[in-house]
Design a protein around this ligand. Structure first.
Ligand code: ATP
Ligand code: MG
Length: 686
């Protein structure tokens, strides 16, 4: 656009310049015409004056000096017509009449008079009258102009044609030597009164002289130009040449001669030819003032400014557009990013999410929803909310389904509903419905898996009741026996027996409480209070076995591979506790006539892991199903909740915590009704 604007400006400016040039040329051509017409008019006016002077001779053949003077003074030509040196009469003198003529003029009172230049010629002419007859004009008195070829040519032309004629460039005899100017002369033939003038011969024969005027070119033209210039000032450089060629020798007039200006022809140069009865003057005209291109410059500057402004405007418009685009793109990208993030969040969220569109139809379900409910997106997408509620209700246990969504108020504080799924894992989900602010989405349904929390809650309360139950049994014994001791007088043997019961029950209570405290402490300390040391495994097992109080009627465990030189890096107390818990289970969950074996194992030949030492305890007890095995380490988990076998469900949890904090692992293999083997792998001592 800028380029186009600049080119256009340039083009228009050039056009303006050209039209200025053309207009100026046209005007200058007009001026040139006027100048040439003026010159021509002036020459015609001179010719008329001379014709009038010649006319005098048609009245009287012998016009004397006084009559001539009177005529010229009447004309006052020298006043009204500047540049005219005078108006004279040159008389034709036959050689034979010359002496008489000279005498006649001398007798008029001009004793010095003679016809110049002297010499014999076929014909003489003499300027006998020249008014005003004074000053430099006196120098012409008696001059034979016919003796000089340039003048003679003009004189002959006038004589032969009967018209006024103009001479070529001459130096006037009037010139005094100062301010010499090119001169020219105009002649008009004077014929004898009454003579026939039809042919050239007749005119030659009838000729008696010429009325004539000498002109100093500069004076003459200055007059013309002064008149013409009027208000224009000296705005024309005018050259006048005698003839048609602009040669210096032929230069008649240069109006700026004194200024010595190099006259290189300008673009507005004009040439005119003024023709006067066979004589041609070449006029060359040049303007002296440079053309003002203000309009073109203004156009150029205006155009440039306009183009610049337009360019700036367009640029800012385009920039604004581009900025808007950039911002839009950035926003789009950001929105896209958010959308992507949301998608990822939705996809990775462990919570199920279902969105409903404006028509309350299922719009989207995330993978977690499918995972939680087992419903593939295709099964629910585009369902109405009531259909969706019904489908969800079918998945749930009777009475634990989702209420109709339309009855849930999603605008107020979020109300959470708990539903229980009728599937293998008995999942418990917390469901919340929320009205959406996003366009195109009416509601969002959130589903959170709270199976574990529910189970933990359940187990906790179960534990509390179990623990309370476990604590209450010894507590009841302590309470009962101590009351008896306080209220009754007993023999020492009975008292001792009662006291020992109280002691044992207290011991049991203490052990339950200790177990609880242990677990709480282990959990809280995360192994920070562990003191690791190298412990020979056999010594450890031996100590635990000896300290373990065998249930009545049970044989001590059989030790296999007791001599293996194995040591572990462990906290002695904790390792004992873990081992004890496993050993107690082995006895607790097996029948009286079965055996319990303890085997010491070396690290399995696997170089990729750090060396470990295994303590494996095998019973021939009730065993566990795979599902039970999976939950053995859960806190408060007990397969048999009837309470027939005392316990809190914390023992294996404590084992698990301890082994984990030792960076070891537990291996469990069990078959229902056959028996169980639990192996504790602990890091070998270095
Ligand atoms: P306590 O806290 O007194 O040890 P507990 O023995 O019931 O109580 P855990 O030792 O944690 O608790 O055992 C959890 C459950 O795992 C037991 O109730 C039992 O049902 C099962 N279990 C553990 N060891 C065995 C085993 N060797 N054979 C069969 N079942 C077992
Ligand atoms: Mg136990």
């Amino acid at each position: 656009m800028l380029c186009a604007g600049l080119l256009m400006t340039l083009y228009v400016s050039l056009q303006v310049k050209q039209s200025l040039d053309a207009e100026a040329s046209r005007r200058f051509a007009l001026v040139s015409d006027q100048v040439s017409i003026k010159i021509r008019d002036r020459l015609d006016a001179y010719a008329l004056i001379l014709r009038g002077a010649a006319g005098l001779f048609s009245i009287s053949q012998n016009v004397d000096r006084n009559e001539w003077r009177a005529y010229v003074e009447t004309l006052r030509a020298h006043l009204t017509v500047p540049g005219v040196q005078g108006i004279g009469f040159s008389k034709v003198i036959e050689p034979r009449d010359l002496p008489r003529h000279v005498v006649a003029v001398r007798t008029e009172g001009f004793p010095e008079y003679t016809v110049r230049p002297a010499g014999d010629r076929d014909l003489y002419t003499s300027i006998i009258y020249l008014e005003p007859f004074r000053d430099r004009n006196l120098r012409a008195f008696g001059f034979d102009m016919f003796s000089e070829p340039i003048r003679r040519a003009a004189m002959e032309f006038a004589r032969d044609s009967g018209e006024a004629s103009l001479s070529g460039k001459v130096a006037l005899v009037q010139e005094t030597g100062r301010d010499v100017q090119a001169g020219t002369l105009m002649y008009f033939p004077v014929y004898r009164k009454g003579a026939p003038l039809h042919t050239q011969e007749q005119r030659r024969a009838a000729l008696i002289g010429w009325s004539y005027s000498p002109y100093r070119m500069k004076d003459l033209m200055t007059g013309i130009l002064a008149e013409w210039n009027g208000g224009h000032g000296n705005s024309v450089d005018l050259h006048i040449y005698d003839g048609l060629h602009s040669e210096p020798a032929a230069l008649l007039f240069d109006n700026r001669e004194s200024e010595h200006i190099a006259n290189a022809p300008s673009s507005r140069h004009q040439r005119r030819v003024v023709e006067f009865n066979g004589r041609q003057w070449l006029l060359t005209l040049d303007p002296t003032e440079n053309l003002s291109y203000l309009a073109a410059w203004s156009t150029l500057m205006g155009g440039l400014t306009l183009s610049g402004l337009l360019f700036w405007l367009m640029r800012s418009v385009i920039n604004t557009g581009m900025n808007a685009n950039r911002i839009a793109l950035k926003l789009t990208q950001e929105i896209q990013q958010y959308a992507d993030q949301l998608k990822i969040i939705f996809a990775l969220s462990p919570d199920g999410m279902v969105t409903f569109d404006d028509q309350h139809r299922v719009q989207y379900v995330n993978p977690a929803f499918t995972q939680l409910t087992g419903l593939a997106p295709d099964a629910v997408l585009a369902q109405s909310d009531s259909e969706f509620s019904r489908q969800m209700a079918r998945l749930c246990l009777p009475g634990a389904g989702l209420p109709a969504l339309s009855t849930i108020d999603g605008t107020g504080p979020i109300t959470r509903h708990v539903i229980e799924l009728d599937n293998a894992s008995h999942g418990v989900l917390e469901v919340a419905l929320r009205e959406s602010l996003a366009p195109g989405v009416s509601h969002i349904l959130f589903l959170r898996d709270i199976t574990l929390e529910t189970e933990v809650d359940r187990m906790k309360s179960e534990f509390l009741s179990t623990a309370a139950h476990e604590l209450r049994t010894p507590m009841a014994s302590i309470y009962g026996f101590s009351e008896v001791l306080l209220t009754q007088e007993l023999d020492p043997a009975s008292s001792k027996e009662f006291l020992s019961i109280i002691f044992k029950q207290s011991e049991l209570m203490a052990s339950i409480l200790n177990e609880l405290l242990d677990l709480a402490r282990i959990e809280a300390r995360r192994g920070k209070d562990f003191v690791f040391e190298n412990i020979p495994v056999f010594a450890l097992v031996d100590k635990v076995v000896h300290e373990f109080k065998l249930p009545a009627g049970r044989a001590a465990p059989i030790l296999i591979n007791p001599d293996a030189p194995l040591s572990i890096l462990a906290d002695l107390k904790k390792a004992q506790q873990a081992l004890l818990n496993v050993l107690s289970n082995a006895y607790k969950y097996s029948l009286t006539d079965t055996t319990v074996r303890i085997e010491l194992l070396d690290s399995p030949p696997d170089a990729s892991t750090a060396p470990v030492v295994g303590i494996s305890i095998t019973d021939q007890g009730i065993g566990m199903t795979p599902a039970q095995q999976a939950r053995v380490f859960e806190r408060f988990y007990r397969v048999d909740k009837s309470g027939k076998i005392p316990g809190t469900g914390l023992g294996m949890s404590i084992v698990h915590e301890i082994v984990e904090l030792h960076h070891g692992r537990i291996e469990l293999s069990s078959t229902l009704g056959v028996g169980t083997t639990i192996t504790l792998w602990l890091p070998a001592a270095i």
